[in-house]
Design a protein. Structure first.
Length: 153
């Protein structure tokens, strides 16, 4: 959900189980959330963007799940979606160097099965291609001289 306050955007998302869910679905939700926190360990000035991406991917895949590759996080500020794009998987290279004052929407999207997704005929709804559950967790994060500041907890 994006919001707009004093000329700047914030962006966050959560996945919740409705009613009784299987232990494996709860584990998917928990791993997705924790993958965000594994990633932001690297969200520090002087590090490179894809260190975040790599940490998210390693954590998710070490837990037997997969990372959606068709959608990514993003920079955020006066516009909801700004550069840089923030993959949740490690692309080639290191990505830009993080500097104090950057604001990033970091948002792991994790599938229980394979990583592929499709968009339904409404042009908006994304579903996993294999029909298995998925989870999403996102916060807006400020890069500082020290630990990152989560702006949307």
């Amino acid at each position: 959900m994006g919001s707009y306050i004093n000329g700047f955007h914030g962006d966050c998302a959560r996945t919740y189980g409705i009613g009784e869910i299987t232990p494996e679905c709860q584990r998917l939700i928990d791993v997705t959330q924790q993958s965000f926190f594994e990633g932001i360990k690297f969200a520090k000035a002087g590090n490179h963007l894809y260190e975040i991406s790599s940490a998210v991917q390693k954590y998710v895949e070490s837990n037997g799940f997969s990372i959606v590759r068709d959608y990514v996080g993003h920079g955020i500020g006066h516009n909801l979606h700004e550069d840089p794009a923030i993959p949740n998987f490690k692309p080639m290279g290191r990505g830009p160097k993080l500097v104090k004052g950057m604001v990033l929407a970091i948002e792991p999207m994790v599938n229980m099965g394979k990583w592929q997704v499709d968009v339904l005929s409404d042009g908006w709804t994304a579903v996993t291609r294999d029909g298995l559950p998925a989870a999403h967790y996102e916060n807006t994060v400020l890069i500082t001289d020290g630990e990152p500041e989560i702006l949307t907890l």
